[in-house]
Write a protein that binds this ligand. Sequence first.
Ligand code: FAD
Length: 407
Amino acid sequence: MKSFLDVVVVGGGPCGSFAALNLAKFGVNVKVFEEHEEIGVPSHCAGHLNISSLKLLGLHPLPPEIVENTFYGAIFHSPTDKEFSIRFSSPVTCAVNRALFDKYIAEMAKKAGAHYSLNSMVESLIIENDFVKGVVVKRENTRKSFPAKIVVDAEGLSSKILRQAGLLAFNRHMLVNAVQAEVENVKDTETGMVEIFLGKNYAPGFYAWLMPKHDGKAKVGLAAKIGNPKELLQKLMAKHPAASKKLRTAKILQTSFHPITLGGPIPKTYSDGFLAVGDTASQVKPTTGGGVIFGITCARVAAKTIHEALHENDFSSGFLSAYQKRCDEILGFDAKFMLKMRKMLNAMSDDKIDKAINLCTKIGLDKPLQNIRDIDFQGRSLLRMLWNPRVPVALLYFLFSYLSANP
Ligand SMILES: Cc1cc2nc3c(=O)[nH]c(=O)nc-3n(C[C@H](O)[C@H](O)[C@H](O)COP(=O)(O)OP(=O)(O)OC[C@H]3O[C@@H](n4cnc5c(N)ncnc54)[C@H](O)[C@@H]3O)c2cc1C
């Protein structure tokens, strides 16, 4: 390996490793620093991913040991256990073991030529005349500088490095605190269906989820704007009219806690010699909190832009701004649409949510929704279905509920 790196990637999560994989494929000399001693550990994510997006990213099929289950649709439960479900004829999403998924991408990156340094925390950026020129890494009580032409920040939500680069971090008002648990002894689930539980008393500002696995266990979790996620999860399992029927006797085997950013991508993701990808850039769907597909989609765009920058020997923010422009083109409209949807959903009372779920069932909204394949890009997918009268009816209901809550 050359001693002067072309690119340093901060963080060996899915977005950092996917950037490294694509850079290495271009023949770029790239090194990933990961603060933990093992890739993918600790894991805090439900790992629910859209199969068609994985295909577009060249990640389908995944090795079978990574995939815990595949799902044909979802069942939505209102706060008083009214139900609305969407079923597809073939699997549309899957649940992956996130630790194995992260390792898989990192292994592919290594095979393509990327270098990894574990147990290595990037403490700070090297900045000269406002230009990012590399990183300072702490490893077993020693510090070492690694000069690089470009630094890719994929540190996740901590955003420490992002702020050093002078960029604004995600909107703290749009942060929810999440808990993800592995449980056993779950009752009355359909193995091929994800279940979503709504209700401000259980998951204020978000929702709770249940994803059955084939081994009789399940992933259960929720996120909330206010309240203690651990206590809310216990309450959900014991008292939610729909969830408690399935989870009252379940045993929690393992829990993890982590925030989710729902405010949509940060306003600026680049500066001189620097790009941000993934959670640190808040490239997360505001409706569902899913960040893997959006993040790795942008990581691939980052790799392409960096490859061009290296070719032109131009690492200025002017050149790297192409990254943001391209990401905006891919997810800007959908992220804005989903942020509006999130705000509408947050503004709705439990009573309104009950009525909305009833309405969705009554008008047969599942029929047009069955045509959606692109559930990651929800704005464009819904636009394409506006010709079906059921879709505008439902959208108008949500809009009026929002407007009546925010006159
Ligand atoms: C409970 C929960 C459930 C979720 N469920 C889903 C889901 O079902 N589907 C989905 O798509 N998304 C889900 N998400 C979101 C998803 O986990 C994130 O969007 C995704 O992990 C972002 O990937 P990333 O690579 O940007 O960051 P991360 O996965 O957070 O990886 C960042 C990496 O950087 C390392 N790092 C940080 N700082 C440094 C440093 N200074 N030096 C070196 N290394 C550093 C960290 O150790 C970590 O390994 C969920 C999130 C939560 C909290």
